[in-house]
Design a protein around this ligand. Structure first.
Ligand SMILES: Nc1ncnc2c1ncn2[C@@H]1O[C@H](COP(=O)(O)OP(=O)(O)OP(=O)(O)O)[C@@H](O)[C@H]1O
Length: 413
């Protein structure tokens, strides 16, 4: 039985990664999870912890991640898969770039199948040197993914320069992107190399690329094609070696088809493609995200909040999160501010999370329509109608009651 944190951290001192094999149920392993959490919150340097478990339940995965594991693997596992996972955390035995934590400790949190696949995509794309288009709703983590791609690429010794295309007017665009010579215009007291040159041998992140004006699109395309930039007021051009990462919440395929976005630029950017699904489609990630946010806030604000109750996590999972992870982060921060210790509970949440809305009238109307249609097609036979609607007879009755359709109503359809 391990109980001494100091003894264990001593043993782990020169370890690149610790593989922990756990045989037993989630409940059985709880004392060990608590021990791991203590280990991680101690001041000692702890290597990445990878857990390999026989228990494949979601609860076990959440407990592992809450305890601070960087990876949770299920038995049985192919040796090659295990080796590949371990090698990501051991710099000297990997041929692939290591998935590093970002400056400020920011990492991609989530263990849903979508997020696991996303990590692989990021590694593959980062190892190539292609331009990448990152799409997804606002707040899904597009900028975070751009940072991860850059940090895991061979360009990571050079800067990642961010440029918000929606925030810069055309009048400033050229000087901001391409730079200027001293005296090029009134107020240009000193020369400026511009964002593209600042990103030389590194990457440029064009945020909100779908909002880039046609003029800017033309200029950027030219810079990509010629691999050269010319400062305002300069006579000579400078060669550049830049990788472009671009993000948008628009459907760029549609914009390009409608000629609102240049197709030639679209094809240049759309080489590597990463899509970030909204949080409502991967709610299993919420628990891990909340835990990481609390750990982060504890560090930043010097508090000792222990975590969130399971009830609050369930309540959070009932909400649709139109603002995605950013909105979740804001909600947790607002709740956290009112707490010094203990666990965040559902009561704390009632002040900050919008009430669940009843289904919109239109969706209710749609449901009534489809019920009536199914019953009419099946001459009022409820078993057959239930079959048509892909539900049980009992569910059909519940739906009829919810829509205010009596059995007689239904029979008369
Ligand atoms: N999987 C994740 N793990 C940890 N933090 C995340 C994750 N996804 C998003 N975040 C955090 O959520 C916030 C919003 O993310 P980000 O700014 O990358 O979103 P975005 O898609 O670029 O948004 P926008 O389109 O509005 O610019 C950031 O603080 C980011 O660190």
């Amino acid at each position: 039985m391990i109980s001494d944190v100091a003894q264990v951290t001593g043993a782990l001192e020169d370890t690149s990664v610790a593989l922990i094999v756990l045989n037993g149920s989630e409940q059985f392993c709880q004392p060990f999870f608590r021990f791991l959490a203590d280990l991680r919150s101690s001041k000692a340097t702890v290597p990445p912890l990878v857990i390999l478990a026989g228990d494949s339940s979601e609860g076990f995965a959440i407990s592992s991640l809450r305890a601070g594991a960087v990876e949770y693997l299920r038995e049985p596992i192919e040796l090659a898969t295990l080796a590949q996972c371990i090698s990501r955390f051991v710099p000297e035995c990997t041929t692939q770039p290591k998935e590093t934590a970002l400056t400020g400790g920011e990492v991609l949190v989530g263990n849903s199948p979508v997020l696991q696949a996303l990590r692989t995509q990021i590694r593959l794309v980062a190892a190539s040197d292609c331009n990448v288009l990152i799409t997804g709703e606002t707040g899904t983590g597009k900028e975070l993914v751009a940072q991860l791609i850059h940090r895991n690429s061979r360009r990571n010794k050079n800067p990642l320069v961010c440029f918000n295309c929606a925030a810069i007017p055309d009048t400033l665009l050229e000087s901001e992107l391409f730079g200027y010579e001293r005296g090029a215009f009134t107020g240009a007291a000193a020369a400026n190399q511009g964002k593209l040159m600042a990103a030389n041998r590194g990457s440029v992140f064009f945020d909100e690329i779908g909002d880039m004006s046609p003029l800017a699109q033309a200029k950027v395309l030219r810079a990509i094609e010629t691999k050269e930039v010319q400062r305002l007021g300069a006579t000579r051009k400078h060669e550049t070696d830049i990788r472009i990462l671009a993000a948008t919440h628009h459907n760029l395929d549609e914009l390009a088809s409608a000629n609102t976005f240049r197709r030639d630029l679209y094809f240049r950017l759309n080489v590597g493609r990463i899509y970030l699904p909204p949080l409502r489609e991967r709610k299993v990630d919420i628990a891990g995200l909340v835990d990481c946010m609390i750990v982060d806030l504890n560090k930043r604000l010097g508090r000792r909040v222990e975590g969130a109750t399971s009830a609050i996590v369930r309540r959070l999972a009932q909400y649709d999160w139109p603002g995605n992870v950013r909105e979740l982060k804001n909600v947790i921060e607002r709740v956290f501010i009112m707490r010094e210790s203990g666990r965040i509970s559902e009561d704390d949440l009632s002040f900050v999370l919008p009430e669940r809305k009843p289904p919109a009238a239109s969706s209710l109307d749609e449901e009534i329509h489809s019920l009536r249609k199914a019953l009419a097609t099946c001459n009022g036979n409820k078993s057959k109608a239930a079959e048509t609607l892909n539900c049980s007879r009992m569910t059909l009755y519940r739906k009829l009651a919810k829509c205010g359709l009596s059995k007689q109503d239904a029979a008369g359809i």
